[in-house]
Design a protein around this ligand. Sequence first.
Ligand code: NAP
Length: 258
Amino acid sequence: MTVEQFHVDGETAVVTGASSGIGKSIAERFADDGVDVVVCSRDIDNVEPIADGIAESDRPGDALAVECDVTERDAVEALIAATVEEFGGIDVLVNNAGASFMANFDDITPNGWGTVVDINLTGTYHCTQVAGEHLKDGGGTVVNLASVAGEQGAPYMSHYGAAKAGVINLTRTLAFEWASENVRVNCISPGYVATPGVEAQMGVSADEVDRETVERRLGTSEEIADIAQFLASPAASYLVGQSIAPAGVPDIKEDPEI
Ligand code: NAP
């Protein structure tokens, strides 16, 4: 019996959108496990403190911050080049960068629709395609962040739900195409997670999440990092093209009035 297969240590990971929330927790978790991480966001002033925090801690993994908007192909190419130059290759890509806003479908402008699809879906396409040759060199894993909105739809987030449904579908297709290249592709489709944006929106705090009760409608970034670490690790070697949906409560269709 061993637990070694749950570790990702010794690898190099790129985590997009790692200046806050889930991406930050995944980057820190990987560094805890001895992974060298490259963290990016649209603003180096937001993401550099994350890399500095990792580098200055006693975590065994190293960190590099790169300014990169995942919707811009040139910037993504520079991100991947900087990663390979610093750490010699890429083993794990976490497509975490994402954003949305709430609006009636009727009120979503072409610009608003395009922005949300660009960040959540096209950004995932750019990063995965550019990192591809390095992931295939020796094998690797891709972990995409989708959403329960991509599985089930989400009122007033039609653009986001559609983009995340695209991420789930891309995950499955790419997992098939890259299986023979020894690259496993999976995604995580969370329900609500207590990141700063969601905390502000819902008026709750991660500190209030209580796992002693059965009310589990809000997850923490660390709980999503647990799943990302597992999917990136050899322990998930038999998981390919899957969408894991941590949501705290089972997806049961039941009429509460009956
Ligand atoms: P968050 O706290 O809002 O963080 C989003 C991150 O993405 C930030 O680091 C942001 O940094 C970065 N970012 C935004 N646009 C970017 C772009 N174009 N290029 C590069 N980086 C960009 O988000 P989160 O709640 O942690 O969510 C992380 C992922 O999980 C997202 O894909 C989200 O859709 C998904 N998700 C979240 C929840 C939830 O309840 N929190 C539920 C389901 C799915 P800058 O602003 O510095 O660029």
